[in-house]
Design a protein around this ligand. Structure first.
Ligand code: AVI
Length: 328
């Protein structure tokens, strides 16, 4: 009840949160389109339509990440739960619908609390009700906010219980190596010595497999990418001709990442929020990076950011890995 009140009170703030998001969205889009090369932050791919398209991507045969990670969890829940320990607070940044945490919470030894952290109050509230119905003794405390900023971390409940951050889904891959280090250091700041991190990441593999995952045969990823232009048109008074852009995704071997771009099929000028942006034919907007790690690279990333990697789990093709690490 107390948590529902918190969410309702947060709901009152949602309008001002939305206004500030819109202001930030506009500022980021205008500066991204003014840059050379043109870029747009990938976090804006996830409006309501984008989030639904991403859910559809996760169901695709070509997009092996979600099902591979789910299989690893399925096969190793008990040993993962043992690393998480008893009476732990599980904190999940970018939790969305919290579906990945639910089976883990069900196997953990008397978890003290689950704190999903996300920007969408509606999705969090629905997830809270679902999890609470299944695990009535668990204290579910959602926190609303962007986990890349410091604010929501300060709102997490203060407690002496052991803390573990749960960061599945290869979301770490959407940050450049420097950003990933900054983010993991931010995670480490919230944790204390002996607390933990359970993190999932996609691994380096054959470029054909990688490129098929981001250029799927059903063209859902294309719709997901182009939806960003539709979103700009509706929220920022833009006039992108979505059909005048093509979806491009390729594996950059040296940078170990799949890059997603929107390619202008013609020379054209686009207006967004009253500002004009010209495109040459073939010019791209870089919309997302999805970095891939080697097992060793992931271990090094953890070691460089204050963690002591203890155990990893992977699939038999070594397409994906989940690491558990303690804070030093
Ligand atoms: C959310 N993130 C881990 C996905 C990825 O694979 O980088 C986003 C995505 N972009 C295109 N397809 C999926």
């Amino acid at each position: 009840m107390a948590v529902q009140t918190t969410l309702r009170e947060e709901g009152r703030d949602t309008r001002s949160l939305e206004c500030s998001h819109l202001g930030q969205f506009e500022a980021d889009v205008l500066s991204g389109l003014a840059g050379a090369p043109k870029t747009l932050p990938c976090k804006y791919l996830y409006d309501e339509a984008g989030s639904k398209l991403f859910e559809a991507i996760c169901e695709l045969d070509d997009y092996y990440l979600t099902r591979t990670e789910a299989d690893i969890f399925q096969n190793s829940l008990d040993s993962m739960a043992a690393f998480l320990g008893p009476s732990t607070i599980l904190v999940e940044p970018g939790a969305g619908n919290c579906e990945k945490a639910e089976p883990l919470l069900g196997r953990m030894d008397s978890p003290h609390a689950y704190c999903p952290l996300d920007i969408s109050p509606e999705i969090l509230l629905a997830a809270q009700q679902r999890i609470q119905a299944r695990l009535p003794n668990l204290n579910v405390t959602p926190v609303i906010g962007d986990f890349t900023s410091e604010d929501p971390w300060a709102e997490l409940p203060v407690s002496e219980h052991r803390r573990v951050i749960f960061f599945p889904g290869s979301t770490i891959g959407n940050f450049t190596p420097d950003q990933a280090k900054g983010l993991l250091r931010q995670f480490a700041k919230y944790l204390r010595a002996g607390d933990g991190l359970l993190i999932g990441a996609d691994l380096v593999k054959d470029s054909v497999v990688l490129e098929r995952a981001y250029h799927d045969s059903k063209h859902i990823t294309e719709q997901f990418n182009k939806n960003l232009l539709t979103r700009i048109n509706s929220e920022l008074n833009g006039n992108f001709d979505v059909d005048a852009f093509a979806h491009r995704a390729f594996y950059h071997r040296y940078r170990q990442r799949v890059e997603m771009h929107l390619v202008s099929l013609t020379q054209q000028t686009v207006t967004v929020s009253g500002q004009e942006f010209s495109f040459k034919e073939g010019e791209t907007i870089h919309t997302e990076n999805s970095h891939k790690y080697t097992l060793n690279g992931l271990k090094e990333l953890l070691e460089q950011t204050g963690f002591n990697p203890k155990q990893y789990w992977t699939d038999n093709k070594q397409h994906y890995a989940i690491y558990y690490a303690n804070v030093l």
